[in-house]
Design a protein around this ligand. Structure first.
Ligand code: DGL
Length: 276
């Protein structure tokens, strides 16, 4: 593949970041994008922060080598582990991270109780701790780890009736405790939104930071005009076919997906390159 025009690079462990990419496509239809999914290492949630950081920094290097001029970490786990390091390592690159949307939920709650649905790496990460310290004092914040949902979203099981008990198991205790806002603090979860809403009931508001992240990507775009015709490219370290069907299912996009391979085995040595 040729080097791409200046693009917005978007990364995630898997298909989750597509929930952010669709907002970017909607807000900035004329901007070229590159999307990279590290499905070889999915899920990130249970992994230690230094490993997530090493994978993420290698993904950043790959996206920059392909023409990214803005990098969106469309993954809460990657942002928590690597955003700061990426800004230090690549000071010339504008980065957009994503963090649990505790602030808008705490501002909007009427019951005084909000639920945060997330994974372990994010719950233990710096952004969540900071958000709790800043905005969590006036409200009750209930944290619920829902790592199974990452796999549900990857498998496209949101519509299947067997997914509902797994959704219900995490939503029910939060709603029973009075939560009127549920923060989706994992980018995979917006793809389960209809099942989550069904389990929570119509009075509960789901909070997805995706649109705000897209607006931030527009703000930090470094001034150069976007080419008239946007091209979008997709890469995965997993299986191209599966990712192609996910793109069709989740975004209605027919696209060819390129495979990337990991090399290196030390935390500092990882690199990604195009397969074949
Ligand atoms: N989608 C990612 C997030 O927002 C990661 C999910 C995972 O791989 O555990 O955190």
């Amino acid at each position: 593949m040729d080097i791409q025009p200046p693009s917005i690079g978007v990364l995630d462990s898997g298909i989750g970041g597509l929930s952010v990419l669709r907002e970017i496509h909607q807000l900035l239809p004329e901007y070229p994008t590159l999307y990279l999914a590290d499905q070889a290492h999915l899920p990130y949630g249970p992994r230690p922060a230094d490993q997530i950081r090493a994978f993420t920094l290698a993904m950043v290097r790959f996206l920059l080598s392909q023409g990214a001029v803005v990098v969106v970490m469309a993954c809460h786990a990657a942002s928590a582990a690597a955003l700061q390091a990426a800004r230090e390592r690549f000071p010339q690159v504008p980065f957009v991270g994503i963090e649990p949307a505790v602030k808008p939920a705490a501002a909007a709650t009427r019951s005084g109780v909000i639920g945060v649905l997330t994974t372990q790496a994010t719950a233990e990460g710096i952004f969540y701790r900071r958000a709790l310290a800043r905005y969590g004092a006036q409200v009750r914040v209930l944290t619920r780890l829902a790592p199974e949902w990452v796999l549900l979203a990857e498998q496209g099981a949101a519509d299947l009736s067997q997914a509902q008990p797994v959704i219900q198991r995490h939503v029910q205790p939060l709603v029973a405790a009075g939560a009127d806002h549920l923060v989706l603090a994992c980018t995979h979860f917006p793809f389960l939104a209809s099942a989550i809403q069904q389990a929570a009931g119509p009075q509960v508001q789901l909070v997805d930071p995706g649109p705000a992240v897209a607006r931030q990507a527009a703000r930090v775009w470094p001034g150069m005009p976007a080419p008239g015709r946007a091209a979008h490219h997709y890469f995965t370290s997993g299986a191209a076919r599966d990712f192609e069907s996910a793109l069709k299912r989740l975004l209605g996009v027919d696209a060819h997906v390129e495979v990337v391979r990991w090399r290196g085995d030390g935390l500092e040595d990882y690199t990604l390159s195009l397969a074949g």
